[in-house]
Design a binder for this molecule. Structure first.
Ligand code: PSV
Ligand code: MN
Ligand code: MN
Length: 424
């Protein structure tokens, strides 16, 4: 199904007066208002193809029904999100969960919805029925060359799918690691990973990047071969300019100062981009901003300041993507909430009085520095986001329109109550 523009316009019309009141209130205190709204409009966040279905844990999965049964239907769902929020203009595929067999028709369908293809993701953390060798003991770090070769070839296949789709990056997350001390020679595992990544790197087109994700544990619980940003950064440095480190917010041990990691990776030109989500305990993959929105804001503070210092375009300078899982929420509603949370943090960071902050830091005025940050953080920027959506043809209140139009009910009617999507 598709949401016609006139439906969104009619809903906006009803909310216009209330919106205007809220907007005028916050706008009165903002310098360069139009420039800020333009930046908010330009800022889009990619949707992963595996997030359109209900996720689950090893204890169960509770589908809400009407989930996309094919890549085409996933594109349709991202199209719905984008029609509402005008902030999700790309989709990221995980292969082989989603195989774009007919790239030109898939691309054409995406274009009809105003979408393009973000990074393509390889998968060597599960065994597929068609593969010859198992990844039980790892993939790119495997002790056996034939397994490594199979995993390298899979990554090259993924690059080739991505070329057809006009993606510009390969995103690699490895579950390779060990479950018990003594199982693995950690240095050997790292060296073999580097060697395998070199082979993949050599297959990248000139204008492509490889994004290397890290994660401290799960599914391996003693060591992960790319376990933290240092290990990812080391690989990316040894590989060369086209390799960078991808920060998934859930892939840190508790208490890690993610904003500091972000700031240094950016400084070194090694920040690939993000997998946004939120967490309380580990890789919880919760809705962005649902647990720790202040941390997200602090990350965006580093991003805005650091990207400006490097002359990078906020919208296109690095990769922005959600990587969340929805155990009990409607995935589309959850994704709308996540995109909103990311853009709220971004807009708040745009409001930080940077020259005053620099001055406070120079003067070691700790109190004032905190006041400056929190002045921005405590501003309700939601009317600015709504205005940016309005100007781009989206909905003032995306979630309201989604609910009023009973979209999920219609998807269930179309696809069935038992329709379950592929992915984790
Ligand atoms: C691993 O936990 C991860 O964050 C990687 O990005 C995978 O590709 C994704 O989740 C799969 O859901
Ligand atoms: Mn991730
Ligand atoms: Mn993860």
């Amino acid at each position: 199904m598709q949401l016609e523009k006139h439906i969104i316009d009619e809903a906006n019309h009803k909310q216009q007066a209330a919106h205007q009141r809220r907007f005028d209130f916050v706008a009165a205190d903002i310098n360069s208002l139009d420039a800020i709204i333009q930046k908010i409009s330009d800022f889009n966040i990619a949707i992963p193809s595996w997030a359109l279905g209900t996720g689950g844990t090893r204890f169960g999965r509770f589908s809400g029904g009407g989930e996309p049964r094919s890549l085409e239907e996933k594109i349709e769902d991202v199209g719905l999100i984008h029609a509402l929020n005008k902030s999700s203009n790309s989709i990221s595929l995980h292969i082989p969960w989603d195989i774009p067999e007919n790239a030109s028709s898939i691309k054409a369908l995406a274009a009809q919805h105003g979408l393009r293809f973000d990074a393509v993701n390889s998968n060597t953390f599960q065994d597929q029925p068609s593969q010859q060798y198992s990844y039980k003991y790892g993939s790119l770090h495997h002790v056996d060359k034939v397994v490594r070769k199979q995993a390298v070839e899979h990554n090259i296949d993924v690059i080739n799918y991505g070329i057809e789709l006009e993606s510009k990056a390969l995103s690699v997350w490895l579950s390779d690691g060990s479950n018990f001390p003594g199982q693995l020679n950690m240095r050997g595992a790292f060296e073999r990973t580097l060697e395998s990544l070199h082979e993949i790197y050599d297959a990248l087109p000139a204008d492509w990047k490889v994004w290397i994700e890290y994660k401290p544990y799960e599914p391996n619980f003693y060591s992960t071969t790319i376990g933290d940003w240092g290990q990812s950064y080391l690989l990316a440095s040894k590989l060369g300019k086209k390799a960078q480190t991808l920060v998934d917010l859930g892939h840190h041990l508790q208490g890690a100062n993610i904003e500091q990691i972000v700031s240094l990776l950016l400084m070194e030109g090694k920040l690939a981009g993000f997998h946004f989500n939120d967490s309380k305990y580990g890789d919880d993959d919760l809705t962005v901003g649902s647990i720790n929105p202040y941390q997200l804001f602090l990350i965006f503070n580093e991003l805005v300041e650091g990207m400006d210092a490097r002359g990078l375009n906020h919208a296109t300078g690095i990769g922005w993507m959600i990587d969340a899982s929805h155990n009990i929420k409607d995935p589309i509603e959850d994704l709308l909430q996540s995109v909103e949370a990311i853009k709220i943090a971004y807009a708040q960071a745009l409001l930080i009085d940077q020259p005053a902050l620099v001055q406070a830091q120079q003067n070691n005025d700790v109190v004032l520095a905190q006041e400056i940050l929190q002045q921005a953080y405590r501003t309700d920027v939601r009317p600015l986001l709504a205005e940016a959506r309005l100007r781009s043809g989206g909905a003032l209140q995306p979630l309201d329109v989604y609910r009023q139009q009973t979209v999920r009910k219609q998807l269930i009617n179309e696809r069935g109550a038992l329709a379950v999507s592929t992915g984790l």
